[in-house]
Write a protein that binds this ligand. Structure first.
Ligand code: CU
Length: 429
């Protein structure tokens, strides 16, 4: 097929090791794309084709997953759908971006190490229907666990056991690869802030020193209506876009995370990630309508369940504790037919939180613990609280092939809390 270059964007990402200053005092041996944490921002308009050549200059294989993009299975970037890119080799990803929103890319190979060291970046898809704001900013949230010598801390047997159980958190808190950054903004302006939680396990409970802000979008793009709040939970893998401002000249406030107890041995903390300083006023052209778009409901709340998925944590002889989907590790789940509405009951029988992430398809939450959700949204990552249950609705559109879903706490995913399944053309059976 001849490419229409007017609607194709080309990018190159080179994965390598490099020195990265997270602050004036801390330089780390990072792994990342194009010598930067995060990697370059990839931008496209809804409907355009992205061609991204990934070169691997690391000493180990990698693959790149395009989190939230509804792309063909062969482009999903997991070792289930392609041969990992070995050192010195390259792979060309090519796919259309069918939805506007805040997405991201990250390594999907040896993730607990490759993502910890910085292998991620933002992928932004724009559309004419986006609300008009004065400025847009991307905030990629991360945390690293470093030694006094600024090396990635491995820890002893017990530390590693807890890391596997709790997920790895660290106290080097990063926004866009930097510790304690200053965000300078103009008074009188209204900005779109796109938050992406890239952490292995840290639950980011966004708080702006108590200032109200409006949520306009989640994983799969705009909500129906803006939601005014003073805090928002963003679990690993999730995205939230907010409208911030207008603020008054001279104001200073923090971008911080309130304590969140996800029921592990890690003590919940109130942590500051960055400081916002409001400078001289500038005129505004922003226009944020109350109604952002219409989201058609896929199914009513009482739609009959077509599949049950259970996340659990149980004692095991081999590891002391196992992280399971439907009582198995790295579970092989049954196929689904193209075009058949899926109503999945996803439950978490364990005593800790797990963020459920599905590759390649958005879902709508239609019931949370027996209740209708507060508002409709397209999601690809959803937090399951301890002993909770949700009903999600989704449709496998015509993209056959292998797919997966998993807990987005990277250590739990690695420990086995994931499942593969196939999307198949049912008319062939
Ligand atoms: Cu988990």
């Amino acid at each position: 097929m001849q490419l229409d270059t007017t609607s194709t964007k080309y990018y190159q990402l080179t994965a390598s090791e490099f020195n990265w200053e997270v602050s004036d005092e801390k330089t780390i041996k990072a792994w990342g794309f194009n010598n930067s944490i995060p990697g370059p921002v990839l931008r496209a308009k809804k409907g355009e084709t992205l061609v991204i050549k990934v070169k691997n200059h690391l000493n180990e294989p990698t693959v790149v997953h395009w989190h939230g993009i509804r792309l063909p299975s062969s482009m999903d970037g997991t070792d289930d759908t392609q041969k990992p890119i070995v050192p010195g080799e390259e792979f060309e990803y090519k796919f259309v971006v069918p939805d506007a929103g805040t997405f991201w890319y990250h390594s999907h190979q040896n993730e607990t190490e490759q993502m910890e060291k910085g292998m991620y970046g933002a992928l932004i898809v724009e559309d004419e229907t986006d609300p008009v704001t004065d400025t847009e900013r991307i905030f990629m949230i991360d945390d690293m666990r470093l030694t006094a010598d600024n090396e990635f801390k491995k820890g002893n047997f017990f530390a590693r056991w807890f890391e596997r159980h709790d997920g790895r958190e660290g106290d080097t808190l990063l926004i866009n690869g930097k510790e304690n950054s200053i965000v300078n903004i103009h008074a009188g302006q209204t900005e779109r802030w796109r938050f992406i939680n890239t952490s292995s396990a840290k639950y980011f409970r966004l708080y702006l020193s108590g200032k109200p802000f409006k949520i306009i979008a989640t994983d799969g793009g705009l909500l129906e209506k803006t939601q005014q709040v003073t805090e928002a939970l963003i679990t690993p893998g999730e995205r939230i876009d907010i409208i911030a401002g207008p603020f008054t000249q001279g104001e200073t406030f923090a971008i911080e995370s309130l304590p969140y107890n996800r029921m592990t041995s890690i003590k919940p903390k109130h942590q500051q990630y960055a400081t916002v300083k409001v400078g001289a006023a500038k005129s505004s052209v922003a226009f944020i309508p109350e109604n952002l778009r219409k989201i058609e409901a896929l199914a009513p709340q009482d739609a009959p369940v077509t599949r049950k998925v259970k996340f659990s944590v149980v004692a095991s002889w081999k590891h002391g504790i196992d992280f399971l989907v439907n009582n198995d590790v790295h579970t092989a789940d049954k196929p689904v037919n193209i075009g058949e509405l899926q109503i999945w009951e996803v439950s978490n029988t364990s005593l800790m939180d797990h963020p459920f992430h599905s590759h390649g398809f958005f879902f709508q939450v239609i019931e949370e613990n027996g209740k209708a959700p507060a508002y409709k949204a397209w999601k690809d990552t959803y937090n399951l609280k301890p002993r909770s249950k949700v009903k999600i609705a989704w449709i496998p559109d015509n993209r056959p092939g292998r797919w997966m879903y998993h807990c987005h706490i990277l250590e739990h995913h690695e420990a086995g809390m994931m499942a593969h399944f196939e999307v198949v053309d049912g008319s062939n059976y």
